[in-house]
Design a protein around this ligand. Structure first.
Ligand code: ZN
Length: 163
């Protein structure tokens, strides 16, 4: 699987809900995404980052820590509490780590790859990653939270990288 880089139009699309829970296609997409994420030592990876316009993302197993599943489908934010500013990066924007304000705690619901609905409360870096991945499903990137100068600098570097 190739990871789409900042500037690729699929990263700006609003993704479609998953309907084929438990299907071979979903399971193989999920496995491919986990391999791609782990090979780059990423905390998470969303389907549009590998060219699939689907509301699904995977999370690093250690990061999820049993607090939620490592495959998240059709997530919906229910509530958020507190604010927190920390550095974050993205496999589609390699080499850049920037301070981004996010909610410190979130409650959200989602479906597992098998189509089981769950509702969980998470905090800290896990909550940050989930918010970052949920943004991907709506065509939003962490770069969008930065000031214009910083955005221009990243755009320029990514144009060079994409050749
Ligand atoms: Zn990302």
């Amino acid at each position: 699987m190739t990871i789409e880089l900042y500037g690729s139009s699929i990263l700006r699309e609003v993704c479609d809900p998953i309907e084929d829970f438990g299907s071979d296609m979903l399971m193989s997409l999920m496995r491919g995404m986990k391999d791609a994420m782990n090979s780059k030592e990423g905390a998470g990876l969303a389907a549009p980052q590998v060219g699939f316009n689907e509301r699904m993302f995977v999370l690093n197993e250690q990061l999820a820590g049993g607090k939620c599943d490592t495959v998240i489908c059709n997530p919906v934010l229910l509530r958020d509490m507190g604010k927190d500013v920390q550095q974050e990066g993205c496999l589609s924007v390699p080499g850049f780590f920037e301070n981004v304000e996010r909610s410190r705690n979130i409650e959200f619901e989602y479906f597992t790859a098998e189509g089981i609905q769950k509702q969980v409360f998470v905090s800290g870096f896990l909550a940050r990653c989930i918010q970052h991945e949920m943004d991907h499903l709506d065509g939003k990137l962490f770069v969008d939270y930065l000031n214009k100068d910083r955005q221009k600098k990243i755009e320029k570097a990514m144009r060079k990288l994409r050749g």
